[in-house]
Structure formats: structure tokens, C-alpha cells
Design a protein around this ligand. Structure first.
Ligand SMILES: Cc1ncc(C[n+]2csc(CCOP(=O)(O)OP(=O)(O)O)c2C)c(N)n1
Ligand SMILES: [Mg+2]
Length: 461
């Protein structure tokens, strides 16, 4: 078979990119992820990678050519024999290219069979019971399932992005799943979270629908923000995911406000603010944490220290050894915890949540972790060494959790393999749902642009 390599949307404006240099030759074998070509966007020089393994059949653009997003720039084959097959007619436009490829994706989801999905996989992702109090096999299995679901979803999106099928850009969080899952496992459904420009893991972990997230990425009316928000504005208030905010540090005072609101309402609900190591030097962070401290607000500040703020290593941003040390200046507890260990994350978050519910105030939790991918999909992450990346990947939270389930919780390989297969099917079904959903009607554009928070926020548990 012959597969088109489509130019993905790499730049900030979505304009043309210029081919600089091909890194492969016709006839050459490539793996999924092999860099194929260097291109220049309006923002940076980046490499476009192969979205699948195969052989390079032909290169359709030459160095110096300006290429539009969605254009076919090369063709791959799945076998050496197919190198000499007659090619399919070139696809005339970006639009028809996308339609052509979305049909393939739908077909592959259909092959797996949406109807064959077990009920538990197609229902809400929130499998962790509200009254969970200690690590049981069921709880650990639920956390394993959610981490796998997030990883499979983000890996699948990455492959689709490389095929030019995902509109806009992506901020991915492969490697950071244990933090989203461990923290949200310590929360009740009626607690709320505030996320960042990198929200997919948080939303899934809090129980958001993968279908609605996928549809939002594709700007469809069935999306969790009805197609108006896109990747950086995911929201699902019914499960406690408040509207996501891509302005670094901005959600910290908002989460504090929500927490103070919960106390005024006479509830023991808590709010969580997720933010990165880059956010800790913003004014909003200082104001938000200090106000929460002096008011004993029931809020948990969760810093995902993935070592980088875009391309800047944390050592260029901080003179102190840990972010948790900052807590002392606010007079609240602060801890640095291994964010690659879902059990450590869950237990630390549970303690902070219990403290907040008791009315004793906020906690700063710093989770050390690493994002395996670049800052966004236009960033190959070349400012990091291969050795550094390999060291962090060797601590991957998913195999670690799998080993714990096998060795200490009496689970067998078959059960865990089935969970992985169910998650993959759920992900592919979600993408098929997103692609086949309809676009929002034009008159939807201004609806809900200005509104009060929905009733569900004020509802008593
Ligand atoms: C106030 C503000 N400044 C700059 C940006 C551009 N920006 C988006 S993400 C990012 C890096 C954030 O790093 P970090 O907080 O560590 O989060 P991570 O991307 O590592 O998850 C920057 C600088 C922004 N969105 N908001
Ligand atoms: Mg960071």
C-alpha cells in the first residue's frame, strides 16, 4: 500500500512552510518517528517525522519549495514490493486530502468495532469510587487504566497530527500521566480542577469524556466546549473540570477564588490548581497562593515540575533547589514528590486534600516529572540530550504501575493486556466520533460567550 505524508500544521499562523532539506532518500527504510525532512516555519526550523514505518517511495517537494499545510510532500509504502506499484492519483487539495485520510481512520476504528467495546470502557472514565480511601487492587487498576487511556490517546493524536489530520497544535503530556491520575484519584466528583495549556491528561483523569475532548480538538459541535475552545480550552463542568486557561499562572488565583467560594457555600469541597514550573515565577502565582494561605482556602497547588518551561531549563529560572521550598515563604506546607510514581502522587494528594477539607488551608505539592515530547507539536525538543530523555523514560510511570500490579496486587498479564486493548479501542472510537461529528452552526459563535458558571458548580453534593 502507498501512504501519503502530509505537511502538518507546525507554525503559529498555519501559513506555508519552506522545505530546507530531506533527511531520507527514495527506497530507504524508515520507522514511525524517523525524521524525514527539515522545514522552516514562521516560528522555527523543525523536523517532520514519519507517521508509520515503511519505505520512502518518492519525495514530492524539493529544497526551497514553499508548501502549504495539508499538501502531500512524500509517499511511503508498507513493503519493498510496493515501491514500484502504480501510485494513486495525487490528491488535488488540502480539503480532499483530509477527507481521504479521515475515511481511513474511521475505517480502522470500525474494524476494531465500537459495538465490541465493553460497557466499562465506553462509559465515564471516572472509575475511581468517590469513597476510595486506600490503595486497593481495584483503585490501582483504575489508575493504571486511566494512565494507559491518556497515553494511548495522546500517542494516537501525535500520529494523526503527523498526518496533518489534527487542526491547530497540541501540547502533549506523555510521561506526566501519574500526576493527573494520582491527584484526581484523591478528589471527589464535586471537587474542581483548573488546568493549563497542557490539559488533556487532567480532563481525562477527572472523568471527562474522551469523545468530547477529541471532538473539541476537531472544533466540532459535540466538543466539550462545543467546538469553540480547542485544545487549550477544554472544559467539563459536570465532572469538575473548570474552563482551562492557557495563560501561564493565571489559574492559581482563580482556583483560590473557587475554594473560598466553596467555604462560603458551607461545603467541604476543594479546588486544585495545576500549573508548571514556568508558572511559579508569575505574579499571579504569588498573589493566588498568598491569598489562599492567609485565608486558609481549601485549595491544593499542584506544580508539575517537568524541568522545562518551553525550551528553558528550570536551572535558568530558579536559584533554589526545589519549588516546594517556596511554600515556607507563604507559611504553608510544601512537599517535593516523585511524579513518576502514581502511588506516591495519590498518597501525597490525599493528605493535602484531607487537610484542605478539615479547614486547615492550602498545600503546595511539587511533582518532579518529564514531558517526553516537545513543548508543543511544532517543537522537536532538541535542547535536551538523548541521555537525559532516556533516563527519564526509564522511570516511566505506566510500566512501574504495571509491575506493582503484577508483583504486589495479584494481577495477571492477560488482565492488564486487556485493559490496554480496551483503552486503544476507546481512543480510536473517540477519534472516529470526533471526525464524523458535525461542525457548529454559525449562529453558535456568540452563544455562551458571556455567562455565569453553570448551576452544577453551585449544586450541593
Ligand atoms: C503569561 C504567559 N506568558 C507566556 C506564555 C507562553 N507560554 C505558553 S506555555 C509556556 C511555558 C510554560 O511552562 P510551564 O509552566 O513549565 O508548563 P509546561 O509547558 O512545562 O507544562 C509559555 C512561556 C503564556 N501562555 N502565558
Ligand atoms: Mg514545565
Amino acid at each position: 500500500m502507498i501512504f501519503d505524508v502530509v505537511m502538518p500544521a507546525l507554525g503559529a499562523t498555519g501559513g506555508d512552510v519552506t522545505i530546507q532539506e530531506w533527511l531520507v532518500q527514495p527506497g530507504q527504510r524508515v520507522e514511525a518517528g524517523t525524521p524525514l525532512v527539515v522545514v522552516e516555519t514562521d516560528k522555527a526550523t523543525v523536523e517532520v517525522e514519519a507517521f508509520r514505518a515503511g519505505y520512502v517511495r518518492e519525495l514530492l517537494a524539493k529544497p526551497g519549495d514553499a508548501v502549504s499545510i495539508g499538501a502531500v510532500v512524500a509517499r511511503l509504502t508498507d513493503s519493498m514490493e510496493a515501491l514500484t506499484e502504480t501510485p494513486v492519483a495525487p490528491l488535488p487539495s488540502t480539503r480532499s486530502t483530509r477527507e481521504h485520510e479521515s475515511t481511513e481512520v474511521k475505517a480502522s476504528a470500525g474494524k476494531l468495532g465500537v459495538s465490541k467495546l465493553p460497557a466499562k470502557a465506553s462509559a465515564s472514565n471516572r472509575l475511581i469510587p468517590d469513597d476510595a480511601t486506600e490503595i486497593s487492587a481495584d483503585l490501582l487498576l483504575s489508575m493504571f487504566r486511566q494512565m494507559v487511556l491518556i497515553r494511548r490517546f495522546e500517542d494516537h493524536l501525535y500520529q494523526l497530527f503527523l498526518q496533518g489530520l489534527v487542526p491547530g497544535t497540541l501540547h502533549q503530556s506523555q510521561g506526566q500521566e501519574a500526576i493527573a491520575v494520582g491527584v484526581c484519584a484523591a478528589l471527589r466528583r464535586d471537587d474542581v480542577i483548573f488546568s493549563t495549556h497542557r490539559p488533556v491528561a487532567h480532563v481525562i483523569a477527572k472523568g471527562g469524556s474522551v469523545n468530547a475532548i477529541a471532538a473539541e480538538l476537531w472544533g466540532k459541535a459535540t466538543g466539550c466546549a462545543r467546538g469553540k475552545g480547542g485544545q487549550m480550552h477544554l472544559t467539563d463542568v459536570a465532572v469538575g473540570v473548570m474552563p482551562t486557561n492557557a495563560i501561564v499562572g493565571a489559574n492559581v488565583p482563580i482556583a483560590t477564588g473557587a475554594a473560598l467560594g466553596f467555604r462560603l457555600m458551607g461545603t467541604d469541597r476543594v479546588a486544585v490548581s495545576f500549573f508548571g514550573d514556568g508558572a511559579v515565577n508569575t505574579g499571579a502565582m504569588h498573589e493566588g497562593v498568598n491569598l489562599a494561605a492567609v485565608k486558609d482556602a481549601p485549595v491544593i497547588f499542584v506544580c508539575e515540575n517537568n524541568q522545562y518551561a518551553a525550551s528553558t531549563h528550570i536551572s535558568h529560572n530558579l536559584r533554589i533547589a526545589t519549588i516546594a521550598e517556596r511554600a515556607k515563604a507563604y507559611g504553608i506546607p510544601g512537599f517535593t514528590v516523585d511524579g513518576m510514581d502514581v502511588v506516591a502522587v495519590y498518597e501525597s494528594a490525599r493528605a493535602a486534600v484531607a487537610r484542605a477539607r478539615r479547614g486547615e488551608g492550602p498545600t503546595l505539592l511539587e511533582y518532579t516529572c518529564y514531558r517526553y515530547m516537545g513543548h508543543s507539536r511544532g517543537d522537536p525538543g532538541n535542547y535536551r540530550s538523548k541521555q537525559e530523555m532516556a533516563e527519564w523514560r526509564s522511570r516511566d510511570p505506566i510500566p512501574k504501575c504495571r509491575a506493582l500490579l503484577l508483583n504486589d496486587f495479584g494481577q495477571d498479564e492477560r488482565t492488564l493486556d486487556e485493559i490496554e486493548a480496551e483503552c486503544q479501542a476507546e481512543v480510536e472510537a473517540a477519534v472516529a466520533f470526533a471526525m464524523s461529528s458535525h461542525e457548529p452552526a454559525p449562529e453558535e459563535a456568540l452563544r455562551n460567550a458571556y455567562t455565569t458558571w453553570p448551576e452544577v458548580f453551585y449544586a450541593q453534593p
